[in-house]
Each structure stands twice: as C-alpha cells, then as structure tokens.
Design a protein around this ligand. Structure first.
Ligand code: UD1
Ligand code: UDP
Length: 406
C-alpha cells in the first residue's frame, strides 16, 4: 500500500486508554493510516474494562503490571518491552498520550529508534515538578522528545511555545476525552455495577468521589477520608457519596477502614466507563483528584472540586466550573457544604463554560497526523474561528515534514 503510514499507538493505563480510544477507532477507519495498537498493561483490570467498552483489541500487550512495583521497575519493564516492539514493527510514528510512566517509556523507546513521537494531550503544566508526581516530569520530558504536539487547549499550546517548541509543530485539538464521553453517554441502559442499582431513583443528592494521586498517599489521603466521613455524617438524610475506588492496595489500606461503615457512602470497584459516565450525569457534584474527571465534569455541567494543591488544568478554574480545595479536611468539608447549601454558588459553577473540547478533537488529531506526513492541510485549531486561522504557509509545511523524515 503506497501512501499508508504505520502509526503505533502506545498506552497502558485507564485514562490513556479512554483518551486514545476515539483516535484508535478513527485511525482504523482512515485509509491513510495503518494503526498498530500496543499496550504496556501498566494497568490490568482497568485497562481491560476500557477495551471492552470501546471494542478495541490490542495487537500487543506487554503485561507489565506487578503488585507494589517501584516506579523504576515499572519504567524499565516498559522501556525494554517497547524497545523490541518498535524495532520489530518499524512504525512511521509512535503516538503516546498524557503523562504516565507508559507515556514517557513509549516516547523514549521510539526516540531510541529515531521514530518521531506524536504527543496527544501535550503541554499541560502545573509548574511544580513534584505535583503531580511523577506526571509533571513525565509530560515535560515527553515534550522534549516529541515531534508533533497535540495540545488540548490554547493554554497548553502556550506552555509549549514558552518552552521553545516551534509553533508549526503544535496543534490545538481539544481533548479527546470529550469525544470519548460523548460516545459513551449516548447509550441508554442501566448500571452494570450491582451496588448502583436503583441509584437513578434515589432522591438523595449524589457526590461522586475519586482519589488516587501518589503525592496524596498517607497523611493527605487520611485528611480526605476524614472529610468524607464528616460529609457523610452531616448529610445522612439527603446526600449519598459514591466512591469507585482505585485498586491500588496502598490507597485501600487508608480508605477502607475509615469509609467502609457509613450507610450513605457507597464504595465500589472501578466502574466500567459507561457506568462512570452515567454516574457523572446522575451526580450533583464531583470531588476528585483525577485529571480526566476534571475535564469530564465541566463537559456535563457538574461542579468539580479538585482535591489537590496544584492543577495543570487551569481552564476550568478560570471559567468557574472547577475549584481547587486541596486535601485538608476542613477545606474539603467547607467546599462541599458551600455547594450543597448555596443554590446561587452551585448555579454559577454548573453553568460555567466547558473549556476542554467540542467532541471533534479526534478529527483534528487525525488531520494533524496527515499534515505531518504532508498528506493534508493543517487543521483549524480548536477554539479558533476559521477566518482567524490563515492557511499554512508552504515553507512551514516543508519544515514540519523535515521533522518527520529526520
Ligand atoms: C497511574 C499513573 C497516573 C495515572 C493513574 C490513573 C504512573 C506513575 N501513574 O497511577 O499518572 O493518573 O495511573 O489511574 O504512571 N492496580 C491494579 N489493577 C489495575 C491498576 C492498578 O491492581 O488495573 C494496582 C496494582 O497494585 C499497581 C498499583 O495499582 O501496582 C499502582 O498502579 P500504577 O500504574 O503503578 O500507578 P497508579 O497509581 O495507577
Ligand atoms: N473512570 C472510570 N471508572 C471509574 C473511575 C474513573 O472509567 O470508576 C474514568 C473517568 O471517567 C476518566 C478516567 O477514568 O475518564 C480518569 O482516570 P483516573 O482518574 O484513574 O486517571 P487520571 O485522569 O487522574 O490520570
């Protein structure tokens, strides 16, 4: 096949899988590309859940998850496994997503074989190398290696330009999580998780909770657990907290003894994406330290309180859809209580604009890939009016192509 380009997509965790799923599906349908889907298996059950939801069957699975492995073990397993696959498959580009260990390992493995790296969800920065840990380092290092940077918003594109990435190698696409969310919320059937049976008919206000960040393990996670206990006790008659728990044993050791016995806290295993999207829609507000959920909640008009000290997603804070509450017990309780008791405050947050996407990020990412190979025009960026974005100069297109054939 003459002009078909081999695109290896590498990922390994739940959030990467959700965010690349629309792209993998798009690549499969596009005549210009031959996708090769490679997973590290950094996550196991949570990755398999996403594949089942989107009907994706990877071409290769390294199965690197081990209980309690260190970051160094995880990274070295991922890099050496991917090294062999990149060598054997000889892709034209490798696509990585986000900021996990798999992201960085995929970028490194491609780089060692001089294969250009395309970074999906590029340019997010908190400005603090240790928060989130190790993600801020993972994504910054990936930016140093990448050839094409698919930034979800103009803020993330600006971060890259400030770091000296040439403008012609940055395309603002919107976040593919919005595309994934739109796909999954179109289906109508009930929850697969038995503990959520009847939730849609429960008259209580539902607070969705998730927490998993490494920098919050230990003392901070204890603060989060104490805040949830207090909120559950105070809202016994009219509030129900639903907390799908990350499987990491380190987290469960802190959370289970403190939260297991409240009648209005429902703890569940990780939910299938369809269930989680349904739960978000059903919810009144969201309390989380998750990156992806910070983007999904505003897309569904749900106020989101972020249990972290920093965020690389300032857009929703600026539009008013999200607020940083940190991990201190009193601050979390005050943040949630404010929203439960002030309809005005609630309305302001719920009505704020969703800055993360319009459901067409995949389309722009595919166009940006085609453009990288000199097979199509540069896409109009997310957020720009078409007339504000002049057609790419031929010289710029030439420079972009040179980067691919380096
Ligand atoms: C990882 C990413 C983080 C991302 C998060 C999303 C790194 C270093 N961290 O964190 O950026 O926000 O995923 O969830 O890349 N486990 C299971 N089954 C699973 C998944 C995890 O049992 O399906 C358990 C295992 O014991 C595993 C542990 O959780 O060792 C931690 O998993 P790991 O991928 O190292 O880190 P996360 O905390 O999940
Ligand atoms: N999610 C899910 N089931 C759950 C909890 C979350 O499918 O029980 C989805 C959620 O909709 C979002 C993604 O997982 O798209 C976020 O993953 P996570 O919080 O683990 O990682 P992060 O986004 O913080 O890297």
């Amino acid at each position: 096949m003459p002009d078909v380009r081999r695109v290896m997509v590498v990922y390994g965790t739940r959030p990467e899988a959700i965010k690349v799923a629309p792209l993998v599906i798009g690549l499969t349908k596009a005549a210009l590309f031959e996708p090769v889907v490679v997973v590290t298996g950094q996550h196991r059950e949570m990755l398999d859940q996403v594949h089942e939801t989107f009907g994706i069957e990877p071409d290769a699975d390294l199965g690197i998850m081990r209980q309690g492995q260190t970051l160094a073990e995880l990274t070295s397993r991922a890099v050496s496994g991917l090294d062999g696959l990149v060598a054997a498959c000889r892709p034209d580009v490798v696509v990585v997503q986000g900021d996990t260990t798999t992201t960085l390992a995929g970028a490194l493995a491609a780089f060692y074989h001089r294969v250009p790296v395309v970074h999906l969800e590029a340019g997010l920065r908190s400005g603090d190398l240790y928060s989130p840990f190790p993600e801020e380092a993972n994504r910054s290092l990936t930016s140093r290696i990448a050839t094409l940077h698919l930034a979800p918003t103009s803020d993330s594109a600006d971060n890259l330009l400030r770091e000296g990435v040439p403008a012609e190698l940055v395309v603002v696409t919107g976040n593919t999580v919005v595309d994934a969310l739109l796909r999954s919320t179109c289906t109508g059937h009930g929850y697969r998780e038995p503990r959520l049976a009847g939730l849609d008919d429960d008259g209580r206000r539902v607070i969705v909770v998730t927490a998993h960040r490494r920098e919050s393990w230990g003392r901070r996670m204890e603060g989060i657990a104490r805040a949830l206990s207090r909120l559950a006790a105070a809202g016994r008659r009219d509030v129900r907290l639903v907390f799908p728990m990350h499987p990491n044993p380190e987290l469960r050791r802190t959370l289970l003894p403190r939260l297991g016995r409240h009648p209005n806290i429902t703890l569940t295993e990780p939910l299938h994406y369809g269930d989680f999207a349904r739960l978000l829609r059903r919810s009144y507000l969201v309390l989380t330290d998750s990156g992806g959920i910070q983007e999904e909640a505003p897309s569904l008009d749900k106020p989101v309180l972020v249990m972290r000290d920093t965020t690389e997603r300032p857009e929703a804070i600026r539009t008013g859809a999200a607020r940083l509450v940190g991990t201190e017990e009193d601050a979390i309780v005050a943040g949630v209580s404010g929203l439960l008791h002030s309809p005005e405050e609630y309305r302001r947050m719920a009505r704020a604009r969703n800055p993360y996407g319009d459901g067409r990020a995949t389309e722009r990412a595919l166009a940006a890939l085609a453009h990288l190979f000199g097979l199509g025009p540069r896409p109009v960026p997310f957020g720009a009016l078409p007339e504000q974005h002049p057609r790419t100069e031929p010289a710029v297109a030439r420079r972009t192509r040179r980067a691919v054939s380096r």
